[in-house]
Design a protein around this ligand. Structure first.
Ligand code: C5P
Length: 288
């Protein structure tokens, strides 16, 4: 079984407060994007779960979220079969693009079919939330959704079903640690408040008005990551120098994206940055 496992960006991410379990409550607007990994699930004769990944920086052992997703279903439903999981990685790792969570969601959804478990998306999302806060969003396979709680409570935005945005996406060759960013966020004394709120962005999107006025896109974690990882700041400066306006870091970083007018524009900007030989990975992506 072959599954395409998509990445996400957060068009808006506001941290509301810190919780007793050390997670943070947030309001976030997820967008699923066309950048994807390819996952192949193949039954094994024995009960083992084996991971193979094209990217050496991804763990092949029990710490891999795909392994944990398969193990969760195997144990919970007493499945006597094992599995080979092959991951062709294109989504940069440790970049705030949700690659690991998306892969875990793909394995849960794939095994639901392969092992004929007949679990609803709601049930799969509930299981997925045990693996990571972003997993439920990917289970629902929606182009846009609102995430609340620690990001795992999903509100559907059906009125955005036909909206398609284009982005240039730039990813530094560094691995950003999400727990480190959240910890530093807690230590920050001065917090930035958003100039907008998530409802304003949703209503702009519903009007098919993809080029927001500057200041609408927001991420509470951005100032923290820019301080911890100056390379991310350099990417933001470079995109601003290209004349782009809606520039935002995704998740805890370090991927940075901008909303651009068309696919042609995204491709043109991507070509230009690559030609200049910037030391980052550059992609033209769209909502999917
Ligand atoms: O849920 P996930 O495994 O993706 O979270 C990784 C880390 O990010 C958590 O251990 C926590 O430190 C931080 N986090 C948080 N609040 C959230 C989501 C993640 O503090 N809402």
């Amino acid at each position: 079984m072959v599954i395409y496992s998509f990445a996400k960006v957060n068009l808006f991410l506001e941290i509301i407060n810190k919780r007793p379990d050390n997670y943070h409550n947030l309001d976030t607007l997820f967008e699923r994007i066309s950048l994807c990994d390819k996952i192949t699930l193949k039954p094994r004769r024995d009960k083992l779960i084996k991971i193979y990944c094209s990217d050496q920086s991804v763990p092949w052992d029990e710490s891999n979220l795909c392994w944990q997703a398969a193990k969760l279903l195997q144990d919970k439903f007493g499945i006597a079969k094992g599995l080979d999981i092959k991951i062709i990685k294109r989504i940069p790792v440790g970049a705030g693009l949700g690659g690991g969570s998306s892969n875990a969601a793909s394995v849960l959804a794939g095994l639901n079919k392969l092992w004929k478990l007949n679990l609803s998306k709601f049930k799969l999302a509930k299981l997925g939330a045990q693996l990571g806060s972003d997993v439920p969003f990917f289970i629902y396979a929606a182009p846009f959704a609102l995430g609340q709680g620690r990001g795992e409570k999903i509100c559907f935005l059906n009125k955005l079903d036909k909206v398609k945005l284009w982005h240039i996406l730039v990813v530094p060759k560094i691995h950003v640690s999400t727990p480190r960013v959240y910890k530093k966020f807690d230590a920050f004394s001065r917090l930035t408040n958003p100039a907008s709120n998530v409802k304003i962005i949703i209503s702009k999107l519903a009007q098919k008005n993809p080029l927001f006025e500057p200041g609408l896109l927001f991420n509470s974690l951005e100032p923290v990551t820019l301080k911890l990882y100056p390379e991310v700041k350099r990417i933001k400066a470079k995109l601003a120098a290209l004349g782009l306006r809606n520039i935002l870091m995704s998740g805890s970083g370090g991927a940075v994206f901008s909303v651009v007018a068309s696919g042609k524009e995204a491709a043109r900007l991507t070509r230009r940055l690559k030609k200049e030989g910037v030391p980052w990975r550059v992609f033209a992506v769209s909502t999917v």
